[in-house]
Design a protein around this ligand. Structure first.
Ligand code: AMP
Length: 407
C-alpha cells in the first residue's frame, strides 16, 4: 500500500455528494451574475507569486510547492487563483471588464489539521476592470448568497478598508511607532513584521490584546477611499447583507487595497477558520507587469471548510433504481432507463437480471428514493414501485412514474 500524502484528501462518495451540491450551486450562481468560466493552470512561474502575492508573505515565504522543472525553470503549484487570473487577463489583452469564476485545488505547505490542508479546494470569483464600489458589493453579495444557498448556518461577513498605498504611507509609520513602543510584549513573529509587514500584526491572534489599542487603517483613510468604503457599506445595506466592520482585519497577501472581507460561520468554534475571504486588489496588475492600473476585486472560498459547515445531509443520490424481474425484459428495461434519464431523472440499474432480492439490496445501497420493477405488469403498461423511505409498495402506470417520483 502506498498511502496518500500528508495534508491531502481523497474526496469520495458518500462525502463527495455535498461537494457536488456546492460546485453546482457555484456554477449556477456565477452564471446568474454573468461570470464566465475560467480554467486556470495549476503550475505557474514562481515569480508570479513572489511579485504578485508578495515575497514577504507567509504563503510565499514558507508555504509554496516550488521546484525546478526539467527545463530549469522555477515553477510553483498555485497557492491561490488571483495572481494567475490577473496574469491571464493581462496576457489576453488586459482591457475592459472581465468577470470570471474558477474552481480547483490550491497547494500550500501547511501544518495539516482539520480545515487546514496542503491540497485544498477553492471556488473563486474575480471582477476585473471595474473600480466602482458596486463590484465590491457584488462579490460580497455572491459570497454570502453561495453560503446561504448550500445551507451554511450563522454566516457573518467581516468588512474593513485598508485604504490605498498613499493612505498607508503615513499610517504605516504611525503603526510602526506604536508597535515599537510595545515591542517587548509582542510575539517574536510580530516583532519581525514591524519592519517588513506591520499591517499583518493587526490580525495576529496571539498579539490580539496588545494590538487592540493600535491605530487602525480605517481611521486614516483618504477622502476617496473613505467614500469608496461608505459606498460599499451602503450597497451591502441595500442588498440586505449583514456585516460587521472589523477594523483590525487585514489579509495575508500583499496585493490588497481598500475593501477587504472574510466570511465566517457559527458552524466553527474557532473564529480564525474563515470560510472565505477577498477584497479589492487594484495594485496587483502593476505588480506583475501591467503598464496601467487594473482595478479589480475578488473572493476565494474554501470548499473543504464550506462542505464541513453544510448542515443538511445531501439527500437521496438517485430518484429511481430500476430492477428487472426476468432476463427477457432487459432490453425493454434498458430503453425505459434511457427514456427516464433523458427526461432528467437520476436513474440507475444493474444492467442485468440477478435475483430481485439481490437487486433490491443494490437499490438499497444505491441511495435511491424509489425502486421500480420491470416485470409481468409491464405488458399491461404498469410497473411495481416501492418508496424506499416509507417502504410503501404500489403499482403505477409507466408514463406516470415521473409524477410518482416527484409526488
Ligand atoms: P486565503 O487565500 O488564505 O484568504 O484563503 C481563502 C479561503 O481558502 C480561506 O477562507 C479558507 O476557507 C480556504 N483555505 C485557505 N488555506 C486553506 C488550507 N490550507 N486548507 C483548507 N482551506 C484553506
Amino acid at each position: 500500500m502506498i498511502p496518500r500524502l500528508k495534508g491531502t484528501d481523497d474526496i469520495l462518495p458518500p462525502d463527495s455528494a455535498k461537494w457536488r451540491i456546492l460546485l453546482r450551486a457555484f456554477d449556477d450562481l456565477s452564471a446568474k451574475y454573468g461570470y464566465d468560466l475560467a480554467l486556470m493552470p495549476v503550475l505557474e512561474s514562481t515569480e508570479l507569486f513572489a511579485r504578485g502575492v508578495g515575497a514577504g508573505t507567509e504563503v510565499v515565504e514558507k508555504q509554496m510547492y516550488t521546484f525546478v522543472d526539467r527545463g530549469g525553470r522555477s515553477v510553483t503549484l498555485r497557492p491561490e487563483f488571483t495572481a494567475g487570473i490577473v496574469r491571464a487577463y493581462l496576457e489576453s489583452g488586459g482591457n475592459g471588464v472581465m468577470k470570471v469564476a474558477a474552481s480547483g485545488p490550491q497547494f500550500r505547505y501547511e501544518q495539516p489539521q482539520k480545515g487546514r490542508r496542503r491540497q485544498f479546494y477553492q471556488v473563486d470569483l474575480e471582477y476585473l476592470g471595474e473600480q466602482g464600489a458596486r463590484a465590491d458589493v457584488e462579490i460580497i453579495e455572491m459570497s454570502y448568497e453561495l453560503l446561504v444557498t448550500v445551507g451554511v448556518p450563522g454566516i457573518t461577513v467581516h468588512l474593513n478598508s485598508i485604504g490605498d498605498a498613499a493612505d498607508r504611507l503615513a499610517y504605516r509609520e504611525l503603526l510602526r511607532d506604536f508597535l515599537r513602543s510595545v515591542a517587548a510584549e509582542l510575539s517574536a513573529d510580530a516583532r519581525k513584521r514591524i519592519e517588513d509587514n506591520p499591517l499583518r500584526v493587526l490580525d495576529s491572534k496571539i498579539d490580539a490584546d496588545i494590538v487592540a489599542s493600535a491605530p487602525v487603517p480605517l481611521d486614516h483613510l483618504g477622502s476617496e477611499t473613505a467614500a469608496h468604503f461608505a459606498a460599499v457599506r451602503a450597497g451591502l445595506d441595500e442588498a440586505g447583507i449583514p456585516y460587521e466592520v472589523a477594523p483590525r482585519l487585514v489579509r495575508g497577501l500583499d496585493y490588497y487595497n481598500r475593501t477587504v472581507f472574510e466570511l465566517f460561520s457559527t458552524a466553527f468554534e474557532a473564529a480564525q477558520s474563515s470560510l472565505g475571504g477577498g477584497g479589492r486588489y487594484d495594485p496587483l496588475g502593476e505588480l506583475i507587469g501591467a503598464k496601467h492600473p487594473v482595478p479589480a476585486v475578488g473572493v476565494a472560498l474554501g470548499c473543504d471548510r464550506i462542505v464541513a459547515a453544510m448542515l443538511a445531509p445531501a439527500g437521496p443520490r438517485l430518484d429511481l433504481f430500476v430492477a428487472v424481474a426476468a432476463e427477457a425484459r432487459i432490453v425493454e428495461a434498458a430503453r425505459w432507463v434511457r427514456r427516464l434519464r433523458e427526461a432528467g431523472h437520476r436513474v440507475d440499474w444493474t444492467g442485468s437480471a440477478p435475483s430481485l432480492k439481490a437487486q433490491f439490496k443494490t437499490a438499497d445501497r444505491s441511495g435511491a428514493r424509489g425502486v421500480a420493477v420491470v416485470g409481468d405488469e409491464w405488458d399491461g403498461g404498469e410497473v411495481r414501485v416501492k418508496d424506499m423511505t416509507t417502504g410503501e409498495e404500489t403499482t403505477v402506470r409507466i408514463e406516470e412514474v415521473g409524477e410518482w417520483l416527484h409526488r
